[in-house]
Design a binder for this molecule. Sequence first.
Ligand code: FAD
Length: 383
Amino acid sequence: MLNVVIIGASTAGHIIASQLAPKLPASHRIVIIDPAPTSYWPIASLRAAVVPGFESKVYHKLEQKNFFPANSKNVLVRQRVVSVEPASIVLDGEFEGSSQVPFDALVFATGASQPFPMRPKQEWSAEEIERHFKVMQQEIAASKNIVVMGGGPTGIEFVGEILGKFTGGEAKNITLIHRPQQLIDARAYKKLATTLEQKLRKAGVNLVLGDEHVAGPDFKVGKQDAGAVVRTKQGKEIPADYVFVAVGNSPNTQLLEQVDPSAVSANKLIKVNDHLQVKSTFFTNPNVFAAGDCADAPGWRSFVSSETEAGTVTTNLLAAIKKSSLKIHKAGPRAMVVPLGTTDGAGFAQLPLLGDSMLPEFLIPTVKGKDLFTAKFHGRFLA
Ligand SMILES: Cc1cc2nc3c(=O)[nH]c(=O)nc-3n(C[C@H](O)[C@H](O)[C@H](O)COP(=O)(O)OP(=O)(O)OC[C@H]3O[C@@H](n4cnc5c(N)ncnc54)[C@H](O)[C@@H]3O)c2cc1C
C-alpha cells in the first residue's frame, strides 16, 4: 500500500489526517508521525499557566485509538523524523522493520517551537506538562510584581489571565514592556491595539511602550531572586518577582532546510506555491505539501490559518492521488481575538464590504474567552 506520510500530529497534521482518512482510496494509507506523547493546545496555555485546574485541558494524549477507528489501515507512529530523502523519510526508530518509510505523498505539519508554556518540550509526558503548569501557577500566585516582556497577543492575554484570577486584595502589580509604541503587531487593526491599551491602563497595568529590557548577566526568566529589578533601555527600574517572556517563536523547518536551504524563507518558513505544495526540486514527485505554523502560506500563522490550510492540503492530496487538478489555496479573512480572562477582551475581523471591524465586546467571551476553544480541540479526538 502507498503511504501518505504526515510529519507532525498536532493541529494541522491531525486535521488533515481526520479529513483524509474517510476519503482515501484503497491504494493508500496515512502514516502520521510524531514523537510527542500529547497533542498540545497552545491557545489555552496562558490560562493553564495561571488558573489551577486548567492544566489538564491543554493536551490530549497522542494514541492510535484517539486518531483512527479500530482496524483502520491508517497508523499513528510515535517517533521522530530525523531526515527526509527524495521519496522517503527516516525515523529515529523502526516502523515495520525499517527506519525508512517511503511515501507517495508527504506533508510537513511540524509547527513551531516556543518556550513553555506556549509549547511544552516535545518529549514531556502529560504528567510532566501538568507538573510544570502547577509550579508556574504557584510561582505566579506567590509573586506580587510581575513583569511581562512582549505586548503581542500572547503577552496581553497572559496579563489578562492574571487580571482575571487575582482581584481585590490579591491583585498583582503588572508591568508590560513592549518595544514598539503600539501594542500588538503593526499588521493588526490599529483600533484593536488602542482598545486593548485603554483596557489595560484602566485595569492598572503599567504599560512601558517604546522601550525594552536590558538583559544583564543575572537576567533570568520566571521566578526571580529577592530584590530583583528589570532594567530598561530608557533607564526604568522595575521590581520583579516573576518575569514572563512572550516572544520567541521558531518554525520547525530544519528537516527541509538540511536538504534544501532554498526551500526555506528568510523567516524560516517552508516556501509553498498556490496549491500549498513545497517549492523544492529535492523530491522525486510534487506531492509534497506544508500546512500550519511551519508553512509560508498567506495569512497569520494561527490555528485558523492551519485549519484552512489543512482543508486545502486534504483536497489537494486527494486530487494528486487521483491525478486531477489541484485547488488554489485561499487564505481566510483576517481576524484576531484577544481575551482578557473569561469576561473581557477585544477582537476584530475583516468583514465582507466593511473590511476590518471591531467585534462587539459581548461576543469576546463567547467566541474565545470562556473556554479558549478547548471543547473544539478535545472534540477532534475519537477517544
Ligand atoms: C498563547 C497562544 C495563543 C494562541 N491563540 C490563537 C488564537 O486565538 N487563534 C488562532 O487561530 N491561533 C492561535 N494561536 C496559534 C495556534 O496555536 C498555532 O497556530 C497552531 O497550534 C499551530 O499548529 P501546528 O499543527 O502547525 O503546529 P504545532 O502545534 O506546533 O504541532 C507541530 C507538531 O509537529 C511535531 N513535530 C515537529 N518536528 C517533528 C519531527 N521531526 N518529527 C515528527 N514530528 C515532529 C511536534 O511534536 C508537534 O506535535 C495561539 C498560539 C499561542 C502560543
